[in-house]
Design a protein around this ligand. Structure first.
Ligand SMILES: CC(C)(COP(=O)(O)OP(=O)(O)OC[C@H]1O[C@@H](n2cnc3c(N)ncnc32)[C@H](O)[C@@H]1OP(=O)(O)O)[C@@H](O)C(=O)NCCC(=O)NCCS
Length: 172
């Protein structure tokens, strides 16, 4: 059984994050609004900045899962600074490498993210969007207490095919 941990990462580890994110976009293109083509063309500074932002700035947090020291999963959340909106966080970029799926590590990763959001004190609601027809993320989010509150039609268009999104919410 590999030793797995949930961690935050310093900006120096941006290459590993880039590798995992590009793996995610290739593995499950229908799960993300970003495309592999777009993100693989980003300059190094963007990746460094993303981690710096995630690491230091209020309004954004990203947690990662490691198995035997290797980066295998990630989940991020951000929330706006604007007064009327800052009680709502949005979860994005949720991914677990195929070898670690079904082990419960993704649940631990998401639970850590939710616990930390709750600890901030100001967040009252967490939102996310999940592609309709994908059973694993839907089941994971339901298990953590999220419920479907709506369906946005034809939100993603990939190679000429449209995908709906389930909008989900969790109230603290
Ligand atoms: C979403 C994701 C992170 C979940 O990771 P995971 O390791 O499968 O998560 P868990 O092990 O906690 O499993 C989640 C649940 O889905 C279930 N599940 C997994 N695959 C399933 C399938 N094909 N059909 C039905 N249920 C499935 C699991 O049994 C588990 O439920 P249980 O705990 O009640 O048994 C992972 O599947 C992934 O990275 N997918 C590709 C990217 C993606 O879809 N990201 C989400 C963007 S919104």
């Amino acid at each position: 059984m590999p030793k797995s941990t949930i961690v935050t990462l310093p900006p120096e580890r941006w290459r590993e994050v880039r590798h995992l994110r590009l793996e995610a976009l290739l593995d499950t293109p229908t799960a993300f609004a970003a495309s592999y083509e777009e993100e693989s063309a980003l300059p190094d500074e963007v990746w460094i900045d993303r981690l710096t932002t995630a690491f230091e700035r209020d309004g954004n947090m990203t947690f990662f899962a490691e198995a035997d020291g290797k980066l295998v999963g990630m989940a991020g959340a951000n929330w706006p600074a604007r007064a009327k909106l800052r009680h709502v966080a949005e979860v994005y970029s949720v991914y677990m490498s195929p070898a670690q799926r079904g082990t419960g590590l993704a649940s631990r990763l998401l639970q850590t993210l939710l616990d930390e959001l709750r600890r901030l004190g100001q967040i009252e609601k967490v939102s996310l969007a999940v592609t309709a027809g994908a059973p694993a993320p839907l089941r994971l989010y339901r298990k953590l207490g999220f419920e479907i509150v709506g369906r946005a039609r034809r939100e993603l268009k990939i190679d000429g095919r449209y995908y709906d999104l389930h909008m989900m919410e969790l109230h603290f």
